[in-house]
Design a protein around this ligand. Structure first.
Ligand code: FES
Length: 131
């Protein structure tokens, strides 16, 4: 008789604690889902030096350099191919180094020299000779 009472009490405690855990996890999940990742209207002023020209743009911090170049500055020399860093169609030079602009945020390159259109010295010389 005494052993049976202990089992019942243990069962009640186990059920109560399980329910408490489930309710607690549901609450935390709902709170996490309600919390916005970033403010949707947050924009920042950014100055980008592209092809030697300084541009001031207002962008969201999560915008890629490729999207800023193509959609905000209308510099369509770099293309959006795969948008996953695999094809290289979006390649630009940032401080002389090749970078896939679809894989980097524009806000990270405020002090950099970005080059989207470049020709070799040989081609430039040939073109100058033609004129
Ligand atoms: S679009 Fe393909 S690597 Fe950037």
């Amino acid at each position: 008789m005494r052993l049976r009472f202990k089992r019942r009490r243990f069962g009640k405690i186990a059920i109560a604690s399980t329910l408490g855990t489930i309710v607690g996890s549901l609450k935390s999940k709902t709170q996490a889902q309600e919390k916005p990742q970033s403010h949707p209207n947050s924009v920042v002023d950014v100055k980008l030096r592209v092809n030697g020209v300084e541009h001031a743009v207002k962008i969201e911090p999560r915008v890629t350099l490729l999207d800023v170049l193509r959609e905000r500055l209308n510099l369509t020399g770099s293309k959006k191919g795969c948008d996953h860093g695999q094809c290289g169609a979006c390649t630009v030079l940032i401080d002389g180094r090749r970078v896939n602009s679809c894989q980097t945020f524009a806000i990270m390159h405020t002090d950099a020299a970005i080059t989207t259109e470049f020709i070799s010295r040989r081609t430039r010389t040939q073109m100058q000779d033609m004129t």
